[in-house]
Design a protein around this ligand. Structure first.
Ligand code: ASC
Length: 151
């Protein structure tokens, strides 16, 4: 059966609209929320597992992988124009753009602690995982304290 011209047009428009959405402030904010929400779920999975008497290292590994893959993306998640001035719903504070050096230092700290978490998981030692997970949480908080609207 020959696809209808309308179907062909719709198929052609999907990538065009996706690219436009990704480049718009709304698309940027959506993608960064997804990244942070994924990190939040990974943190919950990690700490829930740490509370168990015999933690499963496969869960640690999955959480650490999400965190280490997601953290470096933050550097690209706050282009100019994607803050509160966009008029969109965001907890991002203007400090992100006013103190770019401090913001980069805070995101780099998170990247470092997530890599240390991966190393701790690889060590097979629960105490090391616990310590490294606390350091990741500290890096989240460090950034939220200055760069996210208080909740
Ligand atoms: C988490 C999570 C955060 C941080 C933060 C640390 O598990 O979702 O946003 O840790 O609460 O203070």
């Amino acid at each position: 059966m020959k696809p209808s011209p309308l179907l062909i047009l719709a198929a052609l428009l999907v990538p065009v609209t996706s690219v436009a959405l990704a480049a718009s402030p709304a698309g940027i904010i959506k993608v960064r929320h997804q990244n942070f929400e994924g990190m939040g779920r990974a943190m919950k999975g990690l700490f829930d597992e740490l509370r168990k008497p015999a933690p499963n290292f496969a869960v640690f590994k999955a959480s650490a992988t999400v965190l280490a893959n997601s953290a470096p993306r933050i550097a690209n998640h706050f282009p100019k124009g994607s803050g509160p001035e966009s008029g969109l719903k965001t907890d991002a504070l203007p400090a992100i753009w006013q103190k770019p050096g401090e913001f980069t230092a805070a995101t780099n700290r998170l990247v470092g602690t997530t890599q240390a978490l991966q190393a701790a998981v690889a060590s097979g030692n629960v105490m090391q995982v616990s310590k490294a997970a606390g350091d990741v949480g500290g890096s989240c908080k460090n950034c939220h304290d200055t760069f996210r609207k208080p909740r």
